[in-house]
Design a protein around this ligand. Sequence first.
Ligand code: TRP
Length: 350
Amino acid sequence: MDTFTAAAARSRDLNRRITEHPEQFRVLTGERPTGALHLGHYFGTIRERVRLQAAGVETLIILADYQVITDRDAVGDIEANVRSAILDYIAAGMDPAQAVIFTHSAVPALNQLLVPFLSLVTEAELHRNPTVKAEYAASGRVLSGLLLTYPVHQSADILFCRANLVPVGKDNLPHVEQTRVIARRFNDRYGDVFAEPEPLISAAPEVPGLDGRKMSKSYGNAISLSMTEDQTADAIRRTRTDAQRRITFDPAQRPGVSGLLQSASLCLGTTPEALADRIGDGGSARLKRITTDAVNDFLASHRRRRRELEQDAAFVDGILRRGNECANEIAEATLHQVREAMGMGYANAL
Ligand code: TRP
């Protein structure tokens, strides 16, 4: 059994424990503010976060701004992306009074953990990380020191707040494994400070983009949550399909048709096969019309809430200020304890 299958199997048991004792868990999750959040994020991660928080699990969300500079020169408008993500989290149902939402760049003590943590990993280990390898290959650039070491940075994201639960997909699973190794090695060397976090693999299906590849802002195949209805209709209209009248679900041969079927069926709560049967000989035009309505109907209340929140310019500021404050408090307490354990506690007393 590979690591992903094993982690998915353990996640079923974890979910039972979460339902029984939500107060025993703290979730740390997040993403890089590289662009607008889209339907893939919604079904893949956001919905799961809302579920965990509603179940009573304490939740911290990091907008990993320093991770944006791992693999690209042009970083885009990071501030706009941070603000937009916060609007989407709250519009999707995260409780602004409970969720701690913060950024890397605002929490110095978190970043400082990177120093001792780097001493606990080997260069060979970092080079073996499959996600780093894939991102390096996709970047088309030379390997930066930060891209090579960002899984260790991510370990600091998780361990600084003593999160014991990290919802992840395949891509981020190696980083949670790396985090567990770092926690173990730190404890072996300096005494018990960190608990090993557990990855929680969500049952959510991966949402393909409009062209059938993974939905991603950088592929230009995404329906972002913040698009207007017309922009959504345009993006769907531009999707490349084929001339066959009969609509069938066939991701390998008909990626465009199948990508649309998948987005629409997720929004309608049905399967792509059942939806294809329903459309029958209606061809691409009917498929696109149904998909546009399905997505726009599904996102209508999200977008309405989002627009309302946007009216209040101070709303996002308030969330970030409180989140950063809270994250700093936690990070400083952890760094204090880390220094103590490492025999550098003299800095604490000064
Ligand atoms: N690497 C994650 C992504 O791009 C973002 C991230 C940064 C993260 N730190 C994290 C996810 C800590 C989970 C836990 O998707």
